[in-house]
Design a protein around this ligand. Sequence first.
Ligand SMILES: Cc1cc2nc3c(=O)[nH]c(=O)nc-3n(C[C@H](O)[C@H](O)[C@H](O)COP(=O)(O)OP(=O)(O)OC[C@H]3O[C@@H](n4cnc5c(N)ncnc54)[C@H](O)[C@@H]3O)c2cc1C
Length: 438
Amino acid sequence: MSSYFDRRAEPAPATQPFAAGTRSDVIVVGAGYTGLSAALSLAEAGTEVTVIDARHVGWGASGRAWGQVAASAKFMPAQVEADFPPDVAARINAAGAGAPDLVFGLVEKHGMECDVVRSGNLIAAHVPSREAGLARTVADLARRGYPVELLEGAACREVIGSPRYRVALHDRRGGSLNPLAYARGLARAAIAAGARIHEGVAVTGLRREQRDWVVATGSGEVRAGAVLLATNAFTSSRLFPGIGEEVFPVRAYQLVSEPLTAEQLATVLPARQSLNDTRKLFSGIRVWPDGRLQIGVDGPPFDMAGQAFLRAGSRRIEMTYPQLKGLRWQEGWGGWVDMTSDEYPRLHALAPGLWSGYGFSGRGIAIGTVMGRDLAAFALGRPQDAVHPVTPLRPKVYHAIHRQLIGALVMWYRLHDAVSDARFPRLGEQASPARATH
Ligand SMILES: Cc1cc2nc3c(=O)[nH]c(=O)nc-3n(C[C@H](O)[C@H](O)[C@H](O)COP(=O)(O)OP(=O)(O)OC[C@H]3O[C@@H](n4cnc5c(N)ncnc54)[C@H](O)[C@@H]3O)c2cc1C
């Protein structure tokens, strides 16, 4: 969990001590966005719901994210249409488009103090060869009626405040927030609606007894009519055979800086959009309401105690924002991202009364909130309300060597990004591309 987020968030809500031998309608395992969104929906529907987390609310990725709330998961609508049948693609795309409204709507409805900034998200082309693709994406999203625009040349430079880029997509639907504050806000809202949350209790096993699920923990057993697994990168086959072999946990890192000066704040992302670019690894940059910069940065991909690569973070910032040369980092942290083989989330109906939802591949703030609602819809007997398709569990035979495979990929991506940065350090100072290439 990030202590910077913690300092800026409202205190965690009081949760209840665990008592063995109780029964609930539904038990949710995991108190991140997915589990808490499920619990909120269930409690609001009058269901007796208990959330159990091995650590505490927001301890997982939900308390460590970069904080961008984007419309859509990893893929743009046209790609989703290519990958799914038309009815499923339409549901996923509609939910993605509305996901920022869902998140910011919950923030507003429940009065969460989350440092919300809603001026949109930017994706910039880091090499000339990605510029036409961004233009095509903007044209496609605009055709669908979404508030997106292509920024080129001086407009791009001004919005980003950098000589690095000359073409960017601006999607006005998205924004950013304090990730931990949002998790705590969901927890507070769920508790107010009647949910129970137990922290510091690890679920160690599940078994079916008559019509109930018996949930074993280190502190004794509890029962429920249904169980929802919202365990993200920590998903383990100890809870259901094969489930841990479908998710590939990869470590991602964040750095937050000392406050920028007033002059710097006037030029760096002056309207406070969050910025990504088209590179392979970690490109996120945002400015917080207190004037600090937060970036996503490379680091050891599998080391629980690994530290962000500080020098790589500084190099990237100095290249993107020469006016920030010498910026000092105040804090860094890492978290596990739950990658899937195709970067689409997974919703499984594992057994009667047992569902799981995970695999957001680094885009879970909004989509995890949607997935939580989906899980709740199944537990409530309303599967028709779910957005994500139920797919069969497909453990990956190569899971045992995923660190070697992903490690090699990360090396290739690092090289790829380094070559791009060396070749095109200041694209923004070159003439804008001809629109005819779009
Ligand atoms: C560094 C980083 C940056 C990111 N940036 C962004 C971003 O900008 N935008 C975005 O949309 N997404 C981002 N993500 C992804 C996003 O944070 C996740 O997709 C999202 O938080 C997943 O939420 P979750 O509830 O599914 O899982 P988590 O928040 O990881 O929660 C899972 C919980 O399950 C609990 N648990 C696991 N196993 C057990 C068990 N056996 N018993 C009891 N409890 C258990 C854990 O303790 C944990 O609290 C980022 C992720 C990381 C790591």
